[in-house]
Design a protein around this ligand. Structure first.
Ligand code: FDA
Ligand code: NAD
Length: 435
């Protein structure tokens, strides 16, 4: 007979937010037996960013249990036994296929039901697949995506099987840049293909992108811009052999990695909860339009106080902090205490090859590049400020030290006025260090 279980708190999704929520529930005094985390993954919550970086390194790749949460933010590593010690039920390998918010019931693919008093939706995103657009041949073998540890295992196995072979990376965003680098580090012959005029257009200016594109080219990565994959050839085993591009050219391929964006996993809740900007709409405590139901991480569209608008953020820092905020709000409500509103400063970062950048704030207005952005320099260090209405609203830094990154974060938060863009360009990091 299918099981039925009841918990005071259920976290749906055992990813980054799920893990950080669990730690916060314990900090806030949740009692053994009160909390369950339900995840379709087979492993306890882990720091997802490792999958596109150290997990795929040719030497000493990172493996679980090494990067379970909360190591990514310098906290205690929550091993599976931590959950049992704290009386938290970690319900793994369990996909929820139906959510009925009216009866507070979740139903799994195997027919088990879970009821709750408070629900935290932390389902994250799924990858957009080329087969979703009907791209010809997109279901051939070795056309791979990356979201979960299972995907990373498939990718790692393909890299081992195709040593010295050809890899095509479709997409010029985060996955595109991080995967091209790590595939190159594995000695594959790598070509990146993306439709825009430069990589990472949602954040990078043309000048910032020019640095990364040259750096990658110097490392041997080939870059094909302004076109998309329209089809794939495969051999008689169904293994991909070539990528056909819209501009008519054909790239040989033993492995294809696709990173063409994510889609927040909100389908279970369609029609039951208010949505906005593709995500589940929440207040500043991440409570949704349904009382007692919270949404955090990639799926939440929340008030971004600093910019007086509402946004959805698909980055790890926010997934951690939103989870903590929601749990504080849940426990605060029980105690009759209000918690301060979420006041989030956007923070994104990436690492590839020997490079490492951080960005804080908003990339709107006029951009001013500063520093040494010569990709052939021994240790390039450069950045960009974004200026809107005479104030610095965003700051990017490649190659910064911890203190320097701290300084650009402070600038983005403080939004100091700027009188001369030329002076700002000349001062560069000095401007940030004076704030
Ligand atoms: P997350 O995706 O972490 O977790 C969702 C969980 O819910 C998963 O375990 C999933 O299986 C589960 N789930 C979903 N639906 C379910 C259902 N119906 N039933 C049961 N379980 C279900 N960000 C950054 O700032 N810097 C970085 O370097 C990186 N690097 C990076 C690499 C890679 C490969 C990816 C995919 C993403 C990043 N990110 C990142 C983004 C960051 O990892 C992401 O924003 C957070 O993981 C979001 O946390 P969530 O908890 O919202 O979702
Ligand atoms: P993305 O939105 O960063 O990039 C998508 C890219 O896909 C676009 O820049 C574009 O170049 C490309 N594209 C779109 N349609 C295309 C098409 N038909 N053919 C070829 N290219 C096409 O998404 P992503 O890189 O797939 O990342 C997925 C998710 O993982 C995002 O939520 C991202 O934030 C997250 N992630 C974050 C990091 C990080 O923060 N360092 C690292 C990895 C992944």
């Amino acid at each position: 007979m299918a099981t039925e279980k009841h918990f005071k708190y259920v976290v749906l999704g055992g990813g980054v937010s799920g893990g950080y929520a669990a730690r916060e529930f314990v900090k806030q005094g949740a009692q053994p037996g009160e909390l369950a985390i339900i995840s379709k993954e087979a492993v306890a919550p882990y720091e997802r960013p490792a999958l596109s970086k150290a997990y795929l390194f040719p030497q000493n790749p990172a493996r679980l249990p090494g990067f379970h949460v909360c190591v990514g933010s310098g906290g205690e590593r929550l091993l599976p036994e931590w959950y049992s010690e704290k009386g938290i039920e970690l319900i793994l390998n369990t996909e929820i296929v139906k959510a009925d918010l009216a009866s507070k019931t979740l139903t799994s693919a195997a027919g088990a039901t879970f009821t709750y008093e408070i629900l935290l939706i932390a389902t994250g995103s799924s990858v957009i697949k080329l087969s979703d657009f009907g791209t010809q041949g997109a279901d051939s073998n070795n056309i791979l995506y990356l979201r979960e540890v299972d995907d990373a295992d498939k990718l790692y196995a393909a890299i081992q099987a195709k040593k010295g072979g050809k890899a095509v990376v479709v997409g010029g965003g985060y996955i595109g840049l991080e995967l091209s680098a790590v595939l190159k580090m594995n000695n594959l012959d790598v070509t990146m293909v993306f439709p825009e005029p430069w990589c990472m257009p949602r954040l990078f200016t043309a000048e910032i992108a020019a640095f990364y594109e040259s750096y990658y080219t110097n490392k041997g990565v080939k870059i094909v811009k302004g076109t998309v994959a329209v089809g794939f050839d495969a051999d008689t085993n169904g293994d991909v052999t070539a990528v056909k591009l819209k501009d008519g050219s054909v790239l040989e391929a033993d492995i294809v990695v696709v990173g063409v964006g994510g889609r927040p996993l909100t389908t279970l809740f369609k029609g039951q909860v208010a949505e906005d900007k593709g995500g589940i709409k929440t207040d500043a405590s991440f409570e949704t339009s349904v009382p007692g139901v919270y949404a955090v991480g990639d799926v939440a569209t929340f008030p971004m106080k600093i910019y007086n608008d509402v946004r959805r953020v698909e980055h790890v820092d926010h997934s951690r902090k939103s989870a903590e905020q929601a749990v504080k709000a849940i426990k605060g409500k029980e105690a009759g205490e209000a918690v301060p509103e979420y006041d989030y400063l956007p923070y994104f970062y990436s690492r590839s090859f020997d490079l490492s950048w951080q960005f804080y704030g908003d990339n709107v207005g006029e951009a001013v590049l500063f520093g040494d952005s010569n990709p052939s320099s021994a240790k390039p260090k450069f950045g960009s400020y974004w200026i809107k209405d005479g104030k610095v609203v965003g700051a990017f830094l490649e190659g910064g030290s911890a203190d320097e990154n701290g300084a650009i974060a402070k600038v983005a938060k403080a939004q100091p006025p700027v009188s001369s863009l030329e002076e700002l360009k000349k001062d560069g990091l000095l401007f940030a260090s004076k704030i």
